[in-house]
Design a protein around this ligand. Structure first.
Ligand SMILES: [Zn+2]
Ligand SMILES: [Zn+2]
Length: 340
């Protein structure tokens, strides 16, 4: 099969022929990939930022946002059958550890992360597990939902955590209306009555944000912290930072009000905040990674009822490098999707 393989860090991946994956364990599932999202994390992987944390054997296949159709199942798989349309939780989990038993799939002690630590889904077929499969309505096109598997679940997870803080009358700032942010805005609009304020450098992204539920949009032109302070009367209860690099991580904390919460969802930067500022105003800094299986299933309810839609630009698998280059150049509105 064809797959997008990373041979060396700081070098573009290569689209090449590799053997098809095979079922080895009783709970293995092989999925024919119908859509594979291209993510900023893929750019960070190519840059070597994930090497220390994940350390995959190179070369390997990238791609961690996948949906498709079940192609083959192991002998003990009962929750899906060949031909089912599925979206895949990004981390196949063990189901037996304390985190799994608490439903915290992203903290499983024995999980893998295809596309980060092992072969992922920018390929014709992907090996995953029964526990990772969320069954979809057969009319769902995998390419329309694939990016919800990581970008979507991550945005949804942060919004879900913020809900108790976002009672009517509050403001929620969204920094970055790109791949994750545009999903986060729709989740906020579907699940809360909070006033949504979106900050982005790109006017086209802000225009999309307005259509998806933003009450106010703010151009990140250097005065964004002041603009948010003015709109919110001194800061927002919640800031969801989908960028968290190149200065956004300083802005994000500064946009919160006393007792407010700064959710870090994007990454790449470093937060420098005097501890005195944190204690004296009781502000919170909250990390977010992926989400739970149930959160992905909930998000798919929103997606299949049309309340969360992905804005996508599709590319054939063979043009993976074009998609990666477009994402890197800021030319993708919404999400780039490879369709094998
Ligand atoms: Zn991703
Ligand atoms: Zn586990």
């Amino acid at each position: 099969m064809k797959a997008v393989r990373l041979h060396k860090y700081h070098q573009q991946p290569v689209v090449e022929e590799v053997p098809d994956p095979v079922v080895k364990g009783p709970l293995d599932v092989i999925v024919k990939v119908g859509g594979a999202g291209v993510c900023r994390t893929d750019l960070h992987i190519i840059d070597g930022q994930w090497e220390a944390a994940m350390d995959p054997d190179l070369p390997y296949t990238i791609g961690h946002e996948n949906a498709g159709w079940v192609q083959e199942i192991g002998s003990s798989v009962t929750n899906v059958t060949v031909g089912d349309t599925v979206i895949l939780h990004p981390t196949p989990t063990c189901g037996l550890c304390r985190a799994c038993r608490a439903g915290q799939d992203m903290h499983c002690e024995n999980s893998s992360f295809p596309g980060l630590d092992s072969d992922g889904g920018m390929a014709e077929y992907l090996l995953t597990s029964a526990r990772a499969c969320v069954k979809l309505d057969p009319s769902t096109r995998p390419q329309d939902v694939a990016a919800l598997a990581d970008a979507g679940i991550t945005a949804y997870h942060a919004v879900r955590k913020a809900i108790p803080l976002l009672y009517p009358g509050t403001s929620c700032v969204v920094i970055g209306a790109g791949g994750l942010g545009h999903i986060g805005i729709q989740c906020l609009a579907a699940l809360t009555a909070s006033r949504i304020i979106v900050v982005d450098r790109n006017p086209a992204a802000l225009e999309l944000a307005g259509k998806l539920g933003a009450a106010h949009t703010v151009v990140a032109d250097g005065n964004q912290v002041e603009a948010v302070a003015e709109l919110t009367g001194g800061g927002a209860e919640v800031v969801l930072d989908f960028v968290a690099e190149e200065g956004a991580e300083q802005d994000g904390f500064a946009m919160t009000r006393p007792a407010g919460s700064y959710f870090v969802i994007g990454y790449g930067g470093t937060v420098h905040i005097p501890t005195l500022d944190i204690i004296s105003t009781e502000r919170n800094i909250i990390g977010n990674i992926v989400g739970t299986y149930n959160e992905l299933a909930e998000l798919m309810e929103l997606a299949q009822s049309g309340r969360v839609t992905l804005h996508t630009k599709t590319y054939p698998l063979a043009d993976a490098l074009g998609a990666i280059a477009d994402l890197d150049a800021g030319k993708v509105r919404g999400r780039a999707i490879l369709v094998p």
